[in-house]
Structures are given as C-alpha cells and as structure tokens.
Design a protein around this ligand. Structure first.
Ligand SMILES: [Zn+2]
Length: 517
C-alpha cells in the first residue's frame, strides 16, 4: 500500500476477510482468462517481508533478535513475522481463501528465520518447553544448546510447511505447493533443510540463478550447482532453479542477454527446470527474447528435457554436515600468522573448486549430499571436498563403495570429525586413505611448492618439478598409501632458494580391496 515497503493487508485483489481495504476481485476475473490460454496459475505468497506499519499493528507476530529488538531491516525496509506466533493462523486463513479459487498452486516466498533471530515470546516459550532452558545466541556456535536451537528452528519450519500443505490438499489434492528452499549453503541461518521441506511440498526450488554484485566473483556454474544438488535432494519430485533477469541488487536493471542465456543453459543442463522472474518495468525489454528462444527449444525437443535421468558415473558431494557444524581451528607450525578460522577449509569454496575442476574437465557428474550415500552403487567415482564431518554410517557406506571397486577422491580434513562436529583422533577413512592424521595442520603457504614423484603411473605427462602448493596442508603418517606428491621444504620468502623435497606427503594413492582412494 502507499507509503510503505513490504507486504501488508491492504493490497488483496481477491476475496479475503483479512483485507483491510476492499479491492476488486481481479483473481476471479484473471483465472478463466489464463486457463483458457493454457496458463497455469501458481499464486505467489510473500511470507517473509512485511511493512513496518503492518508490523506495528501485530507486535506479537514480529521476529525478534536476542536483545528483544524486532527484525526490522528486511531489504533494509521491512519486518518479518514468526511462524511460531499466531501469525501462522493468519497465513492459514489466507491459504484457505486462495484455495477456494480454481488456482493451480501456491508458492511461498519464505518464510525464513534470520541469522540473528528468532527470540519472540512464542519461540522462547516453545524452546523452554522443549529444553527447560533459554535459547542461546545463534552467533554462539560453541554454546551447548546451539545445535538444539537450530534443530528447534528446523522442526518449527517443517511443522509450518506440513500444516500448510495439509490445509491446501484438504481443499484440493491437485493444488501444487512449493517454497523458496535452500541450496549449497548451510541450513542453520534460516532453518531451511531441503530434506525436511521436500516431505511436505511438491517441487524443490532454490535461488541458484540470482546474481549479485561483481559477476567476476560469482561462479558461472552457480545455477548448475544448485540444480544438480536439488535434483538429488528432490528424490524424484521436480527440481527448479529460480533464475532472475536482474543484476542484483539493482532490481530494476536487467542483465545482458548473454548472462540470462548462461543462467538458463546452466539450469537446463543440470537436469533441473528453470523458473524465470523479472520485474514489471523489464517485461518487454529485448533482453528477454532469449527466454522465448529457450522456451521454444524445449517445446520443440521435449524428449531431451522431460523426465530425464542422469547417466553420470561420478558424484561430487556437497558436504552438508560440515557446512552446519565444522569449525576449523588451527595450531600452526612454522610461519604462524593470525588466521581467521573460517578461511581454512571453507567447504563452500572447496565444493565450488571441485565443481569447476569436473566441469572444465568435461566430466559428466551429479551432485549429492550425505543423504545420497544410501545409493552409491551407480557411481564409479565419488569426490569429497573437505567433507570434514561424516557420521559412522557415512563412512561405512564410503568404505563399502571403495571395497566394491569404486574410486574415492578426498582432501584436507575429510572424515576427521563426526557428524556433530566433534574431532576424532584419526580420519574415520584412514584405512581407505592409507594414511593417519598426525596431529597438525600447517600454513598459510604463500609461495611454497609441491614436488611430483616423476615416474609414477598416474603422473605421466607432468614434467614440471615445482607446482604451487595449496594454502594449507595437513600432516599425515603414511600407512599403505603410495605418495605421488610431497610438499617442498618451506621457504622464508618467494626468492629464498630452490627448495628440496620434504618428507610431508601432499597427494596419496591407496588401493583398498577392489577400489582406489
Ligand atoms: Zn519467533
């Protein structure tokens, strides 16, 4: 409504007893026109961003920070309501009213918790009921109740979706329901866990094709990363990557046509479907012709795009467990500097790096997370990008995979922590890797090298003596593994001297039963 930023109850163009202002029923007029033209209508419901004015009329619905202040900076301008408050009943009423129309679906944009919320009375009360204690700060990851609080938010989220879906399906079974889900990002800031979401929705979708800021810093593969992960998490239901035309955060400015084309091509080739959005001022701009061209391509070649099945025999793992709980703290050996924990072993960057290695090598591959470990037999190779936190069950599945002849690629602290983030004495996969953790990580290495063992079968074609080292390393004692690369002796500066080979292994190959690591 006029003078406010964010949704409220003043702009309903359908019949609702919640409407503060009565408007004409445009939904009723629009639906038969759309259906006659073969357009299915899925109604967008904003459940994450409301005007401050509307918030001031419902103070008990507001999401709150730990200090009791309301979350009032959504897109810098609005508030957000809490699904554990009686706001949920307001949303459910809205759902019932919308589903009374012959609509084809409901799309929830949100809801989400924020990285510093929610501590509203309802959440505090519910958490006290569950634990007898007050909720900890979400920023305090070492707090003994931190994981319990995250679980509480994920459970709250699932309960809200379950009830929403039950209401929708009780009105009409064929009304689709889906939401704005998560991708290759941690679940803890928002409470969104795709494995829980997909139990109560018909489509799994996430914003893999939203591009922000400096595009040179955004992997060109971003929509594909999302698409491949969603396809495996959706377990047979449709997966959708949300692509948008605008170059964010300039939401009224379109990306060039080539960028839009990349978004759509990346999405389609990942096995997912695209959902393409742009704002009203841009709807007739020439850049959008590319969307028409892709739509026609799909229409002309439906077999290539509908109900497809991946033939990849390589899987890259999104280390989801590590994304939630892994904190890499490092006692340095030499050249010690103050390094922030999050710079070391960042699983997000590890994943992006391995994704690029496989994509640039033109290896067809799937993306799975640990929930996909129950079905590894279709693969010949699994890549674990610093999958630091793995459960006993995860490692059992991986051991069996290698024992049966599979190839496992893993790096850095893979399997050195359990699924709760507790450090183990040794890699759980030590037997597979053929080496043991000897107690130290080291780095950063700014100008150091690794040195290949020329003559080894796997290194044919590598003729250089010095290759750049990784920024960090991990000390291992070699068991049954063969060393292909060693670190070079560390140098005091980039012109210090030509370094000799050290005894620190960099790259190991190991045979385990019928397979290789
Ligand atoms: Zn709350």
């Amino acid at each position: 409504s006029a003078g406010s930023s964010g949704a409220d109850d003043g702009g309903f163009y359908f019949n609702s007893k919640l409407a503060a202002i009565k408007h004409s029923d445009r939904l009723k007029a629009y639906l038969p026109l759309a259906h006659r033209a073969g357009i299915r209508v899925i109604v967008y419901v904003n459940v994450h961003w409301y005007s401050k004015d509307f918030g001031s009329r419902h103070p008990d619905w507001l999401q709150k920070r730990h200090d009791g202040s309301p979350v009032d900076t959504v897109y810098s301008t609005g508030v957000s309501f809490c699904i554990n408050s009686s706001y949920r009943e307001w949303v459910f009423q809205l759902l019932k009213e919308l589903c009374a129309y012959p609509i084809d679906g409901i799309f929830y944009d949100g809801p989400i918790f924020f990285s510093d919320s929610c501590y509203c009375d309802s959440c505090v009360h519910e958490f006290q009921k569950r634990t007898g204690k007050n909720p900890p700060q979400k920023s305090d990851k070492n707090h003994p109740l931190w994981k319990e609080f995250i679980s509480f938010q994920i459970d709250s989220y699932e309960r809200f979706l379950k009830e929403s879906n039950e209401i929708i399906k009780s009105i009409r079974q064929d009304i689709l329901f889906y939401i704005n889900g998560n991708s290759h990002w941690p679940n803890w800031p928002t409470g969104r866990d795709n494995h829980r979401i997909i139990k109560h929705t018909d489509i799994l979708g996430a914003e893999g094709g939203f591009l922000y800021g400096d595009l040179n810093q955004t992997p060109v593969y971003k929509p594909g990363m999302t698409g491949k992960l969603l396809v495996s998490q959706a377990r047979g239901k449709p997966a959708i990557v949300f692509d948008t035309g605008e170059h964010r955060s300039w939401n009224w400015f379109l990306l060039p046509e080539a960028e839009v084309s990349i978004l759509l091509a990346e999405t389609l080739s990942s096995g997912a479907n695209y959902w393409y959005a742009c704002f009203a001022p841009n709807i007739n701009q020439p850049e959008l012709d590319v969307v028409k061209r892709y739509n026609l391509l799909i229409k002309k070649n439906p077999d290539a795009f509908f109900q497809t099945k991946s033939l990849a025999n390589v899987a890259l793992v999104w280390p989801g467990r590590s994304a939630e709980t892994y904190l890499s703290s490092v006692p340095f050996t030499d050249f010690t500097r103050e390094i922030k924990d999050e710079e070391i072993g960042d699983v997000h960057q590890e994943f992006a790096g391995w994704y690029e290695v496989l994509a640039r090598s033109q290896v067809p591959f799937d993306v799975i997370d640990e929930e996909g470990f129950d079905n590894l037999s279709q693969y010949q190779m699994i890549v674990l990008p610093n999958a630091a936190c793995l459960s006993a069950e995860d490692t059992r599945a991986l051991k069996e995979f290698v024992a049966e002849g599979g190839t496992l690629v893993s790096d850095f602290e893979t399997s050195l922590y359990d699924e709760q983030g507790n450090k183990r004495d040794d890699f759980a996969l030590a037997e597979i890797i053929g080496a043991h953790f000897s107690g130290h990580k080291f780095g950063p290495m700014m100008w150091d090298y690794i040195i290949p063992q020329h003559g080894k079968h796997l290194l044919s074609g590598i003729i250089k003596r010095y290759l750049p080292a990784t920024r960090y390393g991990i000390e291992v004692s070699t068991g049954t593994a063969d060393v292909l690369f060693f670190f070079a002796e560390r140098m005091a500066g980039c012109y210090d001297h030509l370094p000799e080979i050290s005894r620190e292994p960099f790259l190991l190959v190991n045979r385990y039963k019928k397979g290789t690591s």
